[in-house]
Design a protein around this ligand. Structure first.
Ligand code: ASP
Length: 308
């Protein structure tokens, strides 16, 4: 691996060899766990803190499992019961937590840039891992999506990937694009209603599409996104039935893609809005594999950052 990672904030500008190295590490951990190893004591004596200012099911649980499986102590910071809810500033929270000698801080926040801000203001050697900040980045999701794709389609140069939905507000789309471009994906199509498409200058090398039937045509991988209403300033959408009509992934639409195309979704899924149940639960769905891979990717990241 070319550079030693101190923190994981974004996949932007991460080179292919670093990404492949992390995916290989996740793969070896997966194999070790498949052979019955439940605990690999790489991080014994280290302390990891989950600091989630936004809701999370998969990411928080899988970071916790990942840290525990590596033998670390894990603390889940309860925002609702903390002094943050009494108005303590983020910096005061950071310095208070640092005084307790943490090794890693896994942070999710609605404001883009918060993990980076913590890196710049940390007084200790604590490693910061971004677990999703605003619409900016979700690097471990980008890595676990890349791993899931690589397990089925190892040659990225042959792949056409369509990412459909609320691309504008999606940190997942951004991290996926950074990973896929680094790994050499042949084509990346971003699709959604005009109001939810980003400025093309933010995504050089990708094509933008408003027509999902066109975008899905011949795709090898289709990544569906949730409508992130919590990040919309105004309602940018027609009603949900009309949205499903134009942008929902149905079995019929899936037939337009390349044979055996992979269907991914970072979750939480909204059945009947961006994806039909028969597709989400169908044979081409890789959604639960993504969840399983999430634990190994997060183990790989924590091991990389923290193992001495
Ligand atoms: N779970 C992902 C995220 O935190 C995707 C989503 O919420 O729609 O960004």
């Amino acid at each position: 691996m070319s550079t030693h990672l101190r923190h994981l904030i974004t996949l932007q500008n991460m080179d292919a060899s670093t990404i492949q190295h992390l995916l290989n590490r996740a793969e070896s951990l997966r194999e070790a766990c498949a052979h019955g190893t439940r605990r690999i004591e790489l991080l014994r004596g280290r302390t990891v803190l989950n600091l989630f200012f936004e809701p999370s099911t998969r990411t928080r649980t899988s970071f916790e499992l990942a840290a525990r499986r590596l033998g670390a102590d894990v603390v889940n910071f309860d925002i609702a019961g903390s002094s943050t809810s009494k108005g303590e500033t983020l910096l005061d929270t950071l310095h208070t937590l640092e005084a307790m000698h943490l090794d890693a801080l896994i942070v999710r926040h609605r404001e883009s840039g918060t993990p980076e801000f913590l890196v710049h203001h940390a007084a200790s050697a604590v490693c910061v891992v971004n677990a999703g900040d605003g619409n900016h980045a979700h690097p471990t999701q980008g890595l676990l999506d890349a791993l899931t794709i690589r397990q089925h389609r190892p040659n990225f140069n042959l792949l056409t990937v369509t990412i459909c939905g609320d691309v504008l507000h999606s940190r997942v789309a951004r991290s996926d694009v950074h990973a896929l471009q680094a790994l050499g994906a042949r084509a990346i199509r971003l699709c959604g209603p005009r109001a939810l498409l980003p400025d093309p200058s933010e995504f050089p090398g990708c094509t933008l599409h408003e027509d999902f039937d066109d975008a899905v045509e011949g795709s090898d991988v289709i990544i569906m996104l949730r409508l992130q209403k919590e990040r919309m300033i105004a309602t940018l959408l027609p009603d949900e039935a009309a949205y499903f009509e134009r942008y929902g992934l149905t079995q019929e639409r899936l037939r337009r893609s390349a044979s055996g195309a992979l269907v991914l979704h970072p979750g939480p899924i909204n059945r009947g809005i961006e994806i039909a149940s028969e597709v989400a639960d169908g044979t081409q769905s890789r959604i639960l594999e993504q969840v399983a891979n999430g634990v190994f990717v997060r183990m790989a990241v924590l091991a990389e950052l923290l193992a001495r």
